[in-house]
Ligand binder design. Structure first.
Ligand SMILES: Cc1ncc(C[n+]2csc(CCOP(=O)(O)OP(=O)(O)O)c2C)c(N)n1
Length: 662
């Protein structure tokens, strides 16, 4: 049977379909999302929630002339399908395939790239201001989730919209969920907007506007059905009952306009975000509106897939699953634990013995492993929303009062809080512990999520203690050691499965700034090479050492443990003893650990050549796996061995044939 989806490649074909046909198209797109992501995984739940919205947007507006700016942009799969990328949809997040986020280099329909939350309102306002300056007439439509309103930048933008432009369309896609359940006062506030019928009055001009349409009366009925307390009107989108008292906003009730109106935006809603005719009509109204407007739509994360509706957090973003049941493969028996779980479980144990410890996450309880603390000791756990800057300064505040906060944030998201790390934590030398998950690649996500810059951005800051464990047992030691420190400490570790090293019953206190010599030279008269493998690259250093030994070298292997303070003694000792030094790091070469070693050698006049293995000075694309990217960029045993041989004036042997560049 032919599908409308087969006929629609771009928005121009979509615009020719009738309403019932568009509704069928919505169903077909849902089927494609569910089937298409089953093998490779992806952000299924958020995309199932925006099918009607995306169709309505493309029905009413004209990209690429009109600009859609999506917050985070993990919910652009439907937009990709509808903008000439349908045939490549099943390559999404895989090597050479579509990126999982909006990407300006991928399509002219992607007007703004993202991956981090909270940027859309500012970017869209910038576009609107540029349009006004140019005197052109593009529409700029910003689509942001309820969780974007836990983020400070969103308010900075809202604060500026009213006095910057007259034409701005914001769509608040409210599904009550961040990755986990959305948190904080704003989530409660949105909840009150939805449950309080006083906000569901449709404005008179909207009413008049709808009547002008050929089937305006029908649309109006629909709209009023939504208005009529809303509760019965929304099919599939459960309207939430709140236990909050009506006066709960602390301003003597709800009589005043909603927050958006006070910030200079017209507010319309809430409306059913799965009601296609109503969405189209409302967007037409917004298009004609000569005042900044925000339309509050309610959607259901995972709509159309039972398992995703039941488990919104799991289906926010996941790996392969069964198309019928949504079941995901069980972990292989005996597989090493994930770093994030080791971190979370260790924090629980440490908290049990030390009352000063607390855990803080910025909306990532599962991704960071802090869910273990949330479950075991909820009174020691804080989820502050997508608010990395606040998380860090909040921790600094607690630290001034004798607490020892553990802030768990992915390496790339922590970039946003750099000034807070500098100004609030390091400058005041406060004992905040940072656990930086995803330090290294996040292969399927790509450049927005790779954590390849933290060593560089931290090692220039005074008072910092920065470490990287070679395995999960050492992660536990490092966390324990950090709790005994009175300075800012940072621990970087990669995404996913650890090494499979057994974890000791009791953690060991590490000496700050002391490297671990794993294998000394055997002094067998062969050519000496010292390999310094940082963190998860230590296993690569060990493998390269084994290969080099076979090829006639005498190798030492060192685990640097600390990128700051660097163990000057051990580096100098091996630097002078070896004929070639190799540094290996899962980080950008520029400014990273190898650079720190070069600086040290320059200071100490150590002239031994240094081969640095790490990521080149470019943004690394997404791919199906870490291994593929490592191969392409030369973070491999083969390339390490080849580079060492080259230092001795030897070509690579067959075994060490160079793969890719570096
Ligand atoms: C700065 C930053 N912190 C954390 C994240 C991780 N993250 C990705 S999506 C998301 C939740 C987004 O929720 P919402 O905007 O409401 O969209 P929904 O998925 O519910 O449609 C979070 C926390 C991120 N992308 N960027």
């Amino acid at each position: 049977m032919s599908r409308y989806l087969d006929m629609v490649n771009g928005p121009e074909q979509l615009k020719k379909l009738t309403l019932p046909q568009l509704q069928e198209l919505a169903g077909e797109i849902r089927e494609e999302l569910i089937a298409g992501l089953a093998q490779s995984g992806g952000h299924l739940g958020p995309n199932l929630g925006v099918v009607e919205l995306t169709i309505a947007l493309h029905r009413v507006f004209n990209t690429p002339k009109d600009k859609f700016v999506w917050d985070v942009s993990h919910q652009v799969y439907v937009h990709k399908i509808l903008t000439d990328r349908k045939d490549r949809f099943r390559t999404i997040r895989q090597t050479g395939g579509l990126n999982g986020f909006a990407l300006r280099t991928e399509s002219s329909h992607d007007s703004y790239g993202a991956g981090h939350a909270g940027t859309a309102l500012s970017a869209a306002l910038g576009m609107a201001a540029a349009r006004d300056k140019r005197g052109t007439d593009e529409n700029v439509i910003c689509i942001f989730g309820d969780a974007a309103l836990t983020n400070g930048i969103s308010y900075e933008a809202l604060n500026n919209i009213g006095h910057t432009t007259k034409k701005f369309i914001g769509i608040l896609n409210d599904n009550e969920w961040s990755i986990a359940k959305n948190v904080g006062a704003i989530a409660n506030y949105l909840n009150r907007l939805i449950t309080n019928p006083r906000y569901n009055k449709l404005a008179r001009d909207f009413d008049h506007f709808i009547r002008r349409f050929p089937k305006g009366d029908v649309a109006l009925k629909l709209a009023h059905r939504a208005e009529g307390g809303f509760k019965g009107a929304i099919t599939g989108v459960g309207l939430r009952q709140t236990g909050l008292a009506l006066e709960a906003d602390g301003r003597g009730g709800y009589g005043s306009p909603v927050i958006f109106e006070e910030m200079g935006l017209r507010y319309l809603g809430p409306i059913d975000g799965h009601d296609l005719p109503l969405l189209i009509t409302t967007l037409e109204f917004a298009k004609a509106c000569d005042h900044p407007i925000v339309i509050h739509i309610l959607t259901q994360k995972g709509k159309g897939f039972e398992a995703a509706i039941k488990h919104p957090e799991k289906f926010h973003g996941l790996g392969p699953y069964d198309v019928e049941t949504g079941d995901t493969p069980a972990p292989k028996p005996g597989a090493p634990p994930n770093y994030q779980d080791v971190m979370g479980q260790t924090l629980v144990k440490l908290c049990q013995k030390d009352n000063t410890l607390v855990g803080i996450t910025a909306a990532m309880p599962t991704g960071t492993g802090l869910k273990h603390l949330e479950k075991a000791m909820p009174d020691r756990y804080y989820d502050v929303g997508i608010a990395e800057e606040h998380a860090v300064i909040f921790a600094a505040g607690m630290a001034t009062m004798g607490f020892h906060p553990v802030v768990a944030i992915y390496s790339s998201f922590l970039q946003r809080a750099y000034d807070c790390i500098h100004h609030d934590v390091c400058l005041q030398d406060l004992p905040v512990i940072f656990c930086m998950d995803r330090s290294g690649l996040s292969a399927n996500d790509g450049p927005t999520h790779h954590g390849l810059f933290d060593i560089a951005y931290l090692r220039c800051l005074p008072n910092v203690i920065a470490m990287a464990p070679k395995d999960e047992d050492e992660l536990v030691d490092m966390m324990f050691t950090a709790t005994r420190e009175q300075h800012p400490t940072f621990i970087r570790y990669p995404r996913g499965g650890a090494e499979g090293t057994p974890i000791k019953d009791e953690p060991k206190l590490l000496e700050i700034g002391k490297a671990e010599v794993i294998q000394d030279f055997s002094k067998n008269g062969k050519r000496k090479v010292a390999l310094f493998g940082l963190g998860n690259m230590n296993s690569l250093a060990r493998k390269a050492a084994a290969q080099l030994a076979v090829e006639g070298f005498d190798c030492a292997v060192i685990n640097p443990r600390f990128t700051k303070p660097l163990d000057a003694g051990t580096h100098e000792l091996f630097g002078r003893a070896a004929e070639v030094i190799v540094t290996l790091e899962d980080h950008a070469l520029m400014g990273g650990y190898g650079s720190a070693v070069l600086e040290l050698f320059s200071e100490k006049d150590v002239t031994t050549p240094v081969v640095r293995i790490g990521w080149p000075d470019q943004f690394i694309e997404h791919a199906s796996s870490v291994d593929e990217l490592r191969k392409k960029y030369g973070l491999t045993v083969e390339n390490t061995v080849a580079k060492v041989r080259a230092q001795f004036g030897e070509a690579a042997t067959k075994v060490t044939k160079l793969i890719g560049v570096a």
